[in-house]
Design a protein around this ligand. Structure first.
Ligand code: GUN
Ligand code: ZN
Length: 467
């Protein structure tokens, strides 16, 4: 296939902005007039237009004007089969699962329903600028087949796996450890590394897993060590008490997963709202990741994730952002960033208001602030690093897969264009500066939503164009 290129304004990250407090720009790479060259969906060249274009005479160029182009967004934690029950009224985590989630997810055992739901799921991802998602499915084999078939059709880089539960669940929805092991093995052998699919061994959560189910999970990880592990951790106080009652030899939630040899690189625990400092330290030391799910944590009333504590350089935890749709009430990671920013502000009220803040508290409250660069780093390079797929996606480095999103900073609710015009007015005439891009990105996350997603590209091809 011939090389082709996209010309526009590009931003990606060369480092973690939390490592550059006071100078986050040092973590970015910005080309106001850039050229991204791809061949067969892989980035083969990237840089300033004037430098790159002469190296590729006659190349077909698509121009994308008045947009900010970022690597495709990575959702670290989302649920396939909750696409129709997002926004359910009235419950916190455990009753919400029983009342809304298990009955809906059960419908995905039927092929037609699973296919319809899965199409909605992928259409919504693309319309949100999300090109990669670590996805919970259901415990049903057919549902997982449908998911991987559709992911393959869309050619999207996905991580997912059969989502096992055998405790605190209605009989009609429960796995047995034997079936969970056998069906997971079938799926791993068929789909792990097939196309762009990657497999995550997925015990739903400690609260829903017997020792036998956890042992089956451990066996799978031992037999297929290069697979991922995806689960929930420390989301809700009632859940945590229940986990420690079920696994009474463990002193904290993380220990349940440690006991079964799951915690390390490629392990993600979703939520982590109530993790102790000691658990954060063990996450950090082992190379395991947390998916920060602010919209869900607010929607289900789970609590305020301590972002500033998780990013403490003493025990920096790898982080992605997850919508946790339908625990989160939106598909768009832009809404998650909005909520993440507000969580940081609330955490700072608690930190700064309770006592005369110490130097440590002040540093933590600075880290709680979800600046635009921190936020979009987490959706791109940071998310990829946390999932150990940064050799594949997350930046515009040569050799990476060409997934990207073009954001229209004037689009959104009626308030958005006039709001953006203030930022542009402040910037004055001439090409956009990095400072103005930072302002515009913050505007997108706080004032807009998926309406700012104008185009989503997958493997160098346009996969979504906003109408
Ligand atoms: N814990 C176990 N299952 C789920 C789920 O579906 N959503 C959320 N938010 N937490 C869970
Ligand atoms: Zn979840």
């Amino acid at each position: 296939m011939a090389e082709k290129a996209v010309r526009g304004t590009f931003l990606d990250f060369i480092d973690d902005p939390w490592k550059h407090v006071g100078d986050e720009a040092a973590a970015t790479r910005f080309h106001v007039d850039g050229l991204l060259v791809t061949e067969d969906g892989i980035i083969t060249d990237f840089g300033p237009y004037d430098e790159i274009a002469p190296k590729h005479p006659g190349i077909e160029i698509t121009e994308i004007r008045d947009r900010i182009i970022l690597p495709g967004f990575i959702d670290g934690h989302i649920h396939l089969a909750q696409t129709r029950v997002l926004g359910a009224y009235g419950e916190q985590l455990l009753p919400w699962l029983q009342k809304w989630v298990f009955p809906e997810e059960h419908k995905y055992a039927e092929r037609d329903y699973a296919e319809e739901g899965t199409k909605h799921f992928f259409d919504n991802l693309l319309a949100s600028g999300t090109t990669t998602a670590q996805t919970f499915t259901t415990g049903n084999l057919l549902c997982n087949e449908v998911f991987f078939e559709e992911a393959t059709k869309r050619n999207m880089r996905m991580i997912a796996g059969l989502t096992g539960i055998d405790r605190h669940v209605p009989d009609y929805f429960a796995n047995t450890p034997e079936q969970y092991y056998a069906d997971s093995k079938t799926l791993i052998e068929k789909w792990h590394g097939t196309g762009r699919n990657l497999y995550a061994i997925t015990p739903r959560f400690g609260f829903g897993a017997s020792n036998e189910l956890m042992a089956a999970t451990q066996r799978l990880k031992e037999e297929f060590p290069d697979t991922w592990v995806n689960t929930h951790i420390s989301e809700n106080p009632a859940e945590i008490h229940g986990v420690l009652a079920l696994h009474d030899d463990c002193t904290d939630y993380l220990e349940v997963y440690e006991k079964y040899g799951l915690v390390g690189p490629k392990f993600t625990g979703g939520h982590g709202v109530w993790l102790s400092d000691g658990e954060f330290r063990r996450f950090s030391e082992s190379g395991a990741a947390v998916a920060f799910c602010p919209s869900s944590n607010l929607y289900l009333g789970s609590g305020l994730f301590r972002l500033g504590r998780a990013t403490d350089p003493e025990h920096r935890v790898l982080l992605s952002v997850g919508t946790d749709m339908g625990g989160g009430n939106r598909f768009s990671l832009l809404n998650s960033l909005e909520d993440g920013y507000k969580v940081g502000m609330l955490n700072n009220t608690i930190l700064d208001g309770s006592i005369v803040p110490s130097q440590q508290d002040l540093a933590e409250s600075e880290r709680n602030k979800l600046s635009a660069f921190r936020a979009f780093y987490l959706l791109t390079r940071g998310g990829a690093e946390s999932l150990y797929i940064d050799d594949l996606v997350g930046t515009f480095d040569i050799g990476k897969e060409a997934d990207f999103v073009a954001l229209d900073y004037t689009a959104g609710p009626p308030a958005a264009p006039w709001h953006a015009s203030l930022l542009l007015e402040k910037a004055g005439d001439g090409p956009l500066s990095l400072e103005t891009v930072s302002d515009l990105l913050f505007g997108i996350m706080m004032v807009s939503d998926e309406r700012a997603v104008d185009q989503t590209w997958v493997m160098g091809e346009l996969a979504y164009q906003k109408a």
